[in-house]
Design a protein around this ligand. Structure first.
Ligand code: DGY
Length: 321
């Protein structure tokens, strides 16, 4: 019998796949909230596989609390910064994540929504209306900015960065600049994207969208210095991980008009959000919901289950880290 502990109830597609196997015993933390650390340490005891979500810190203590039979941690997320990969390696524990075409599209769509929402001031104008301030059409009323023909700087050109480039290049004639640790011939050939150093990209872009993983080298990739390099009319989009941006510095830059606005789905100390940031009009702030579509969350569930079933049947594991 393989014991699997799932740290939070997830959409059922993958659960159904796992439940078909009589040799699998599933237990799921049923309260619809993040499992408290103490309970996590208790629940993992004696399990073979942990199916974790991105808010669970899966470190050496959790692995040791589970015991030496723990063989796999299947993360229900693309990002895996919540897992101590080195500690897992030392213990021979396999770690997987849950990427796929659905989450790629969903997060890219969210970034697109931020770009248009900010450029056309959708939230501000909606609030304006609801506050009863609309007294008649005006030639200078609540002017935004066009997206078509502008320059988008993409930092991190994995699947999501690529999907965003495709949408905006094909649909809106956007010029693409990009920065990554390596050049992307595909992006250059297909979308005419131009490689830039990070600093140069920040100086030239009208929209800067972040798509890097959270690693020691990407913490505060965007801080006060970088924000000062951006155009006063530019917007910053972050759908990657909160600590990639120095939130205090960003709040200051937005307050002082150093940049025009920001669309954020992730925060430095999630779920806490800088109080001043919450009051600013030139921002769109979503609660880490870029991947929160029915299709994507079901696909992530299937991916996590597929990883587990591949491991249990000694097949090649699709998303092994
Ligand atoms: C992920 O999968 O890493 C995303 O942040 C989930 O929204």
């Amino acid at each position: 019998m393989t014991k699997i502990f799932i740290t939070r109830d997830i959409p059922d597609a993958g659960l159904k796949m796992l439940k078909k196997h009589k040799s699998i015993k599933l237990s799921i933390y049923q309260k619809d909230k993040k499992i408290p650390r103490k309970e996590l340490l208790t629940h993992v005891k004696g399990v073979d596989i942990i199916l974790s979500i991105l808010t669970d810190k899966i470190d050496a203590q959790v692995m040791d609390a589970a015991g030496p039979q723990l063989k796999m941690i299947a993360n229900y997320a693309v990002g895996f910064n919540n897992i101590d990969i080195e500690a897992a390696k030392k213990r021979g524990i396999i770690v997987t994540n849950a990427p796929g075409p659905e989450i790629t599209e969903s997060v890219a769509e969210h970034a697109v929504a931020f770009i248009f929402g900010l450029a056309h001031r959708i939230l501000e104008t909606d609030k304006f209306n609801r506050a009863g301030k609309y007294t008649g059409w005006g030639p200078k009323l609540l002017l935004g900015t066009d997206v078509t023909g502008k320059t988008l700087g993409i930092i991190g050109t994995g699947n999501i960065g690529n999907a965003l480039a495709r949408r905006l290049h094909d649909g809106f004639d956007i010029k693409i600049l990009y920065n990554d640790i390596k050049r992307s011939p595909n992006l250059e050939k297909k979308y005419g994207a131009k490689f830039r150093t990070k600093d140069q990209l920040l100086k030239e872009s009208d929209f800067v969208s972040l798509h890097v993983p959270l690693l020691p080298g990407t913490v505060h990739l965007i801080g006060a210095r970088e924000l000062k390099m951006m155009k006063k009319t530019a917007f910053l989009i972050n759908t990657s991980r909160g600590p990639v941006v120095d939130e205090a510095a960003l709040t200051k830059a937005l307050t002082n008009g150093e940049i025009a606005g920001a669309g954020l789905d992730v925060y430095e100390n999630e779920p806490k959000i800088n109080k001043t940031l919450l009051k600013l009009q030139n921002t769109i702030l979503t609660p880490h919901t870029a991947s929160a579509t029915v299709e994507t969350r079901q696909a992530m569930s299937r991916t996590a289950a597929t990883n587990i079933l591949a491991f249990l049947s000694n097949k090649q594991i699709p998303n092994k880290i």
